[in-house]
Design a protein around this ligand. Sequence first.
Ligand SMILES: Cc1cc2nc3c(=O)[nH]c(=O)nc-3n(C[C@H](O)[C@H](O)[C@H](O)COP(=O)(O)OP(=O)(O)OC[C@H]3O[C@@H](n4cnc5c(N)ncnc54)[C@H](O)[C@@H]3O)c2cc1C
Ligand code: FES
Length: 255
Amino acid sequence: MNDLVRIEEVVEQGRGITTLRFRFSGGSPGQFVMVWVPGVDEVPMSLSYQGEMAGITVKNVGDATAALSALRPGDRIGVRGPYGKGWTIPKGRTLCVGGGVGMAPLMSALDAINEPSSVDVAIGARDAGEIIFDERAKGLSNDVRISTDDGSRGFKGTVVALAAGMMAEKKYDMVLGCGPEIMLRYLLPACKEAGVRCQVSLERLMKCGSGLCGSCVVDGLRVCVEGPVFFDEQVEGMSEFGRCKRTASGSKTKA
Ligand SMILES: Cc1cc2nc3c(=O)[nH]c(=O)nc-3n(C[C@H](O)[C@H](O)[C@H](O)COP(=O)(O)OP(=O)(O)OC[C@H]3O[C@@H](n4cnc5c(N)ncnc54)[C@H](O)[C@@H]3O)c2cc1C
Ligand code: FES
């Protein structure tokens, strides 16, 4: 689907983090769309809401995300997709672990699981101002815990440390993780240590979003087609995971 959509609602979710709602149907949890901001750029964004009134949740980090963050109801953006392989929704007990705006694709998973007693949530951010979707998560899970690096809210420490504590306390069948790559790099061994399978959603520079240009390839896997969600054994074998990623010119930079 390739549509010019009208922004219906804008919600300030946290400091520098904005949700835009628009009519766009389709997609499964963890999939993403390519969002075109006229005159600026086209960037990949996870669907934080699915259904007739879809949504994306944008962290302002550069030109395109600043332009998206400045949009108001009535403005228009181009949306194409949905693309990629999303979460494999687990049958057993699940722990969702989100760092910052990484909570966006996890909210779609929580909506799909829709069973508050079978899913717990660990939400982390640098400080209280960047914690997002905690109230929405509480409607979908009986156990939502929060961590901040500076201790301004909830557990003081990383969300991986919080999740490791939850895994020591309770038995889970699957962890779903999304956040900065450094966070995911530590989440994987924490899950391994606890004997819990894990899926993580990766970010790479994307141009076409649909498997054609090769800009998102990691070790022969196109993050836009074979990902963005990968199982633990797939990412463990990736030479670039947690170490480096590619810039628009193709050169390597720290992940
Ligand atoms: C599958 C997928 C889903 C995503 N979902 C979301 C989402 O739900 N919400 C959200 O806010 N962002 C999401 N992103 C990241 C988002 O696409 C980038 O932040 C955006 O492209 C940056 O564009 P810009 O022009 O604002 O910044 P730029 O000027 O391009 O870059 C600003 C800074 O952000 C870094 N950056 C650029 N692109 C990425 C990237 N893909 N990953 C990590 N760092 C990057 C650059 O290195 C630079 O330091 C997702 C990315 C992918 C691949
Ligand atoms: S973005 Fe073009 S192949 Fe993935």
